[in-house]
Design a binder for this molecule. Structure first.
Ligand code: C2E
Ligand code: MG
Ligand code: MG
Length: 634
């Protein structure tokens, strides 16, 4: 029988001024966390010890009590007459251990009336203890483990022999119980490790590993036909990054913990909520009837997240984007369902915040293609499978070649030459564009330098390089551009960086700084595909850009549609009015050239002037031009 003294505070007249190490295993952890364990081996050892004490001292009963790390509570195992077993630990709280220590580790009291404190005498009277013999259990380092108390109902004289026998029992018992405690502690530690490896430290929720295991179990049961359908909800807290960045990680952490607690309230027993990492959570719903039922739970989850929360004194309202995937009879691998829910979540996120989306099998093929392109792109970067083609940009007035635009191509082993529209979006999404873009920048600049060395003359050509939104957002963009230029003899003004309206729009807060810094380097900034994005005239007014490239969708129809003609004319006039150059994209005919010239459009680019071609072809036309017009030799 094991008992923990319910009243932890000792009586005032029984101070326990002992040195007890605070790492005693019987601290809060051990006894409260694993009563089963203690009730097993440790309790058995304590009872056995008590039994031996009774047998070898001729006492009526005995109590083995271990002192807790708080130095106040006791774990007691007793073999005692029924009248005292109701709380044998109480015996120890009479100041007996302290008294025994003072007497060198043992205390023989022939009559309970000898006990000094009133409280002690009262307790002994209540327990009907007539006499007692105490032997302190001291560890090798002199710290107290506990004590063995042998009691008799009547006063009696404890012989020297009995005293020494109990001392021996205490000594052997100390070794034995210390060992037991060490084992118990190890077991608890291992249990904790097992727990930690399967749980998230911040929220205490199961982690991804455990979630996948539970998912695997569910899918196995479903396959055996034990349970019906099950579903996975993939949840991502909306705009969490904003909270984290603006309010600090500790606030972010509190939000996550609060979300975790709320998610737990939304599920039934048997279901599981896990934190997959960051602000991503997953819920496994077992035994669901159909998609409708799952959607109801998803809505409930959404509601729970949406309720206002107070964190660090601030009121927050969060929403979550939730993707739902339902198992199919004879379902696929468990990871597949999680990935499907993830994909649905991604779609939910893109359709706006706070939405629930059900996974649609059609998404899968699309995701696979995307994944394949991503893998291949990584390899392409390593193997340098990219090349640049250059498209002429000419002066509208005299048709003179004034510059080129570098356009990337991917020389793919099976697919041949792949156009940028087929891989730039994936590169952008995955961030691979940053590496690719740096390569383009360096290559374009060095190629122009090479042409000039071959010609032995300055071409005065400008080199236009496209920057995607992600590249434009790189914190070290200005340095990257500066480094690329410093490795060449090219004047910075010969480099034109093309950014689109949507790039500027998506980074309104920093666009002005970035553009200004780039301008300070001396490079030119052109707005690409002008008219197709959020054509806000505000940024034209604010940003120190040099030119706009009028999108080819406007240029295409200027010969046949008066509307298009007016639009292009207005754009050219507007640009001119604020001192910007205009470059008409997609110029395809003489008629268009005439019209654009009449509108005083500065430059033109399009198949009419030349398609994008590899570097050597540009070089050849430069050689012809040099021969024809007798260029200034360097
Ligand atoms: P963009 O910057 O607007 O480039 C012009 C695109 O229009 C090029 O397509 C070019 O071949 C095409 N084009 C030019 N003239 C004509 C014409 O007369 N008719 C027609 N139908 N098309 C014409 P491309 O090379 O396929 O590039 C597509 C887009 O990919 C580019 O549009 C640009 O946004 C992006 N891109 C290309 N290279 C890079 C790069 O190195 N980095 C980044 N970030 N994006 C790039
Ligand atoms: Mg461009
Ligand atoms: Mg363009």
């Amino acid at each position: 029988m094991v008992k923990t003294s319910p009243d932890v505070a000792g009586p005032p007249d029984a101070p326990c001024h002992l040195t007890v190490p605070s790492d005693l295993p019987l601290s809060g952890h051990t006894d409260s966390r694993d009563p089963v364990l203690l009730a097993g081996t440790l309790a058995a050892s304590m009872e056995q010890l008590a039994r031996i004490a009774v047998a070898s001292t001729g006492a009526d009963g005995a109590v083995v009590a271990l002192l807790g790390a708080d130095r106040r509570t006791f774990q007691a195992g007793s073999i005692a007459p029924a009248w005292m077993s109701h709380d044998s630990g109480i015996l120890i709280r009479t100041g007996l251990i302290a008294a025994a220590i003072e007497q060198g580790g043992t205390l023989a009291m022939d009559s309970a009336s000898e006990v000094e404190s009133d409280h002690g005498r009262r307790v002994l009277r209540e327990l009907r203890v007539g006499s007692l013999l105490v032997s302190v259990m001291l560890r090798e380092d002199g710290t107290v483990l506990g004590a063995i108390v042998a009691v008799s109902t009547n006063p009696r004289t404890w012989s020297e022999e009995r005293v020494s026998v109990l001392r021996d029992i205490a000594s052997v018992g100390t070794a034995k119980i210390t060992l037991r405690l060490a084992l118990a502690e190890r077991e608890v530690r291992e249990q904790r490790l097992r727990h930690d490896s399967q749980h998230d430290a911040l929220t205490g929720l199961p982690n991804r590993a455990m979630f996948l295991k539970r998912l695997a179990d569910a899918s196995l049961r479903a396959r055996r036909g034990v349970d019906g359908l099950f579903a996975v909800l993939f949840l991502d807290v909306d705009d969490f990054k904003l909270v984290n960045d603006s309010m600090g990680h500790h606030v972010g952490d509190e939000v996550l913990v609060e979300v975790a607690r709320r998610l737990e309230t939304c599920i039934r027993g048997g279901d599981i909520v896990a934190r997959l990492g960051g602000d991503e959570f997953a819920i496994l719903l077992e035994r669901v009837a159909d998609a409708r039922e799952t959607a109801i739970v998803a809505e409930r989850v959404q509601e729970a997240v949406r309720a206002p929360m107070t964190i660090s004194g601030y009121d927050w309202t969060s929403t979550a984007s939730i993707g739902v995937a339902l198992s199919t009879p004879g379902s696929e691998a468990p990871e597949y369902l999680l990935r499907s829910a993830d994909m649905a979540m991604y779609r939910a996120k893109h359709q706006g915040r706070g939405r629930v989306e059900l996974y649609d099998r059609g998404q899968h093929a699309q995701a696979l293609t995307r994944l394949k392109t991503e893998t291949e792109l990584r390899r392409a970067i390593e193997r340098e499978e990219f090349e640049l083609h250059y498209q002429p940009i000419v002066s509208m007035g005299d048709g003179r070649l004034v510059g080129v635009e570098a356009l990337i191509r991917w020389r793919h082993a099976e697919r041949g030459l792949v156009a940028p529209n087929h891989f730039i979006p994936v590169a952008e999404e995955t961030g691979l564009i940053v590496q690719i873009g740096r390569w383009v920048l360096r290559r374009a600049i060095s190629e122009l330098g090479r042409w000039e060395r071959e010609l032995g003359a300055s071409t005065e050509l400008t080199m236009a390089v496209n920057l995607s939104a992600r590249e434009f957002a790189q914190i070290d963009l200005v340095k990257v551009v500066a480094d690329a230029l410093s490795g060449s003899d090219l004047a910075p003004s010969r480099l034109n960086l093309e950014i689109t309206e949507s790039t500027i729009f998506s980074q309104q807060n920093v666009a002005l700084d970035t553009v200004s810094e780039l301008k300070e380097l001396g490079v030119q900034i052109h707005i690409d595909d002008f008219g197709t994005g959020y054509s806000s005239l505000t940024y034209l007014q604010r940003l120190p850009v040099d030119a706009i490239k009028i999108d080819r969708s406007f240029v295409r129809a200027i010969e046949i549609e008066a509307r298009s003609r007016h639009v292009v004319q207005s754009l050219v006039s507007l640009a001119q009015g604020i001192g910007l150059d205009t470059i008409a994209e997609g110029v395809g005919s003489d008629g268009q050239v005439d019209l654009l010239r009449g509108m005083q459009c500065t430059f033109g680019q399009g198949f009419h002037f030349g398609k994008p071609v590899p570097g050597p072809e540009i070089l050849q036309s430069l050689v012809r031009r040099a021969d024809g017009v007798g260029m200034r030799r360097l």
